[in-house]
Ligand binder design. Sequence first.
Ligand SMILES: Nc1ncnc2c1ncn2[C@@H]1O[C@H](COP(=O)(O)OP(=O)(O)O)[C@@H](O)[C@H]1O
Ligand SMILES: [Mg+2]
Length: 259
Amino acid sequence: MIKLAILTSKGGTGKTTTAINLGHGLALSGRKVLIVDCDPQGSASAAFGVDGHKGLADLLIEGRVDIYQVRPRLYLIPSGKKRLAELEINLAAREDRFVRLKNTFSRLSGCDWVILDCSPSINIVNLNALAFADFLIIPSSLDYFSLEGVKSTIELSHEIRANGNGSGADGRGKLEILGVLPTFYDRRTNVSRMALDSLRNTYGNLVFQTEIRTNTEIKKSQWFRKTIFEFAPYSHGAYDYFKLSKEVLERLTGLGDYE
Ligand SMILES: Nc1ncnc2c1ncn2[C@@H]1O[C@H](COP(=O)(O)OP(=O)(O)O)[C@@H](O)[C@H]1O
Ligand SMILES: [Mg+2]
């Protein structure tokens, strides 16, 4: 099972859009995928029109949750919204508060991928997600603040790895950065090209070859509760997310033990 968190410390960088479209891209290519909405705002749940009574909050508190099937081979755990935001208080006294997700999901089976759509903050939910995840994708919307977000998220992942999230073969941390993903790319603007150059110069091969271009079909698809593959299969957005799904699978194959 491949456990992938999508996280960066800046909002509006395309995390949720990437979680749902990469998730659907992988499902369309035959993998069984579970998306976990780790954001109290519940955008990933809304994108599929799921507004469950139960959600990740219940899983972290009670160890039980409803899983919704949203497409063939694609499943979702909604966030639980406000209750997820209040989790800090509910779990404060529990010693296992940072590994609740990991412990509960140790019983999860039958799924090839778990994709965690995180919120842009360091909170107990995201720390649970990072304790569970083996891989990280860091989307960067190609502006100055988002480049800062990439830097601080990479630093956070190094800290977690150094402290050991315990999922590596030797029990040490194994949170690997699968890639930094350029999003909202618009090659007509200087700032977009400058930011992309800066990302590639700073992080080299860590940056995906695939750039997700700004594409209004993506925005529209979410209005209609559809993924880009359903809404506009011939759009730039569908092409870019298809390419990303392929590149993600290739990167994992390159790493050996996976796929
Ligand atoms: N490639 C894109 N082109 C155009 N709009 C996009 C693109 N990616 C995301 N969006 C839009 O930008 C907004 C923020 O994206 P979202 O995925 O919710 O970011 P995050 O989860 O990082 O906050 C949403 O309205 C979404 O529809
Ligand atoms: Mg989001």
